[in-house]
Structure formats: structure tokens, C-alpha cells
Ligand binder design. Structure first.
Ligand SMILES: *[C@@H]1O[C@H](CO)[C@@H](O)[C@H](O)[C@H]1NC(C)=O
Ligand SMILES: *[C@@H]1O[C@H](CO)[C@@H](O)[C@H](O)[C@H]1NC(C)=O
Length: 165
């Protein structure tokens, strides 16, 4: 009987683990922006503020995720793929809400305007944007040569970077 109870308990834990997937990011994160770095020449990223826990609204942290980790250009279509590296053959991206649209080489010598809904793939993993096995990083760790407060807003972060010489 004891073994049986333990088994039931273990099964319940497993079900909980499997169900406790990270939430999609648009419902939780704020000030979501497409971002190419201070000079507009870095690889495409999404920058946003995401909560560590949804029940702690004051726990938002600024996070960035490089989209080359998440998408590939498949003959003029933007496709979710681990380490897809789409940016080497796509350009002129915009993001409307969370829908990413770029001009991508289509493999037939031309280009095609391609879109993907990033909210279908990207999640909030305890305040880090993530896709597949990759977590993004906090803005404060984004390799910037000056101190950035951990709890800076994404909007202030962009403004601060732009104000640096
Ligand atoms: C590729 O792009 C060219 C020029 O825009 C277009 O004429 C052609 O139909 C496209 N091919 C595909 C497979 O989308
Ligand atoms: C941000 O962090 C600083 C330093 O830890 C703290 O003093 C400030 O109250 C924080 N601001 C918010 C909005 O959490």
C-alpha cells in the first residue's frame, strides 16, 4: 500500500512537472521591442521586461534574446528552428506587436517578405526570454561597458544606450 501511494505521488509530481511549462511571453512581458543594438547594427534581438513571477509585478527585469537562436530562413519563409541563423539571409525586419516580418532571400535569386508570430515560440523563463534550449540574458549582462541597473526598464535601457557616445 505504501509503495502504491508513493507511486501515485511520483506520478502526480511528474504530471505537474510536465504541465508547468514556461508561459508565452506576450501575456507576461511588457515594453516588448525589436532591437538591433545601440547603433542598429547588431544581430536582431527582442528586448522586453519580463516578470520573475507573475504574482510579483515589481519583479520585472529587462531581458534580450538573439533571434538567430530561434529562427531560420527556409526558402523565403521564417521558420522556428534551433540556431536557425535567419539574419544572414534576411534583412529589413520590423515587429508589429509580436509578429516579426523580414525580407528574406528565397533561394530562387529573389527575396520574399516573410512573417512569423514570435509569441508562438518565445517564452518567459523566470524573467529571461527563451526559445528552444536557449535563454536570453538580462540587459544588465548584455556586454555593455557601463553599469546598468538590474531593474531598468527596456525603454530606459534603450534610451540610456542611445545617449552614450
Ligand atoms: C523569389 O523572388 C523572386 C523575386 O522577388 C520571385 O519572382 C520568385 O517568384 C520568388 N520565388 C519563390 C519560390 O518565392
Ligand atoms: C531598482 O533597484 C534599485 C537598487 O536596487 C532600488 O533602489 C529601486 O527601488 C529599484 N526600483 C524599482 C522600481 O524596483
Amino acid at each position: 500500500m505504501k509503495t502504491f501511494t508513493a507511486l501515485i505521488f511520483a506520478f502526480a509530481c511528474l504530471v505537474t512537472l510536465v504541465m508547468a511549462d514556461n508561459p508565452r511571453y506576450r501575456d507576461e512581458c511588457v515594453t516588448i521591442q525589436y532591437w538591433r543594438g545601440k547603433n542598429g547594427n547588431e544581430v536582431p534581438q527582442i528586448i522586453a521586461e519580463c516578470p520573475v513571477k507573475t504574482d510579483q509585478p515589481d519583479s520585472y527585469r529587462c531581458t534580450t534574446l538573439k533571434l538567430d537562436m530561434c529562427y531560420a530562413n527556409a526558402f523565403g519563409r521564417l521558420e522556428p528552428r534551433l540556431n536557425g541563423g535567419f539574419s544572414s539571409s534576411c534583412s529589413d525586419c520590423i515587429m508589429e506587436s509580436t509578429k516579426l516580418t523580414c525580407t528574406c532571400a528565397n533561394g530562387s535569386g529573389g527575396t520574399t517578405r516573410a512573417s512569423t508570430e514570435t509569441n508562438d515560440l518565445i517564452k518567459n523563463a523566470a524573467s529571461l526570454l527563451s526559445c528552444f534550449v536557449h535563454n536570453g540574458i538580462w540587459c544588465s549582462d548584455a556586454g555593455i561597458g557601463f553599469h546598468v541597473a538590474e531593474n531598468i526598464t527596456a525603454t530606459d535601457y534603450v534610451r540610456l544606450l542611445n545617449s552614450q557616445p
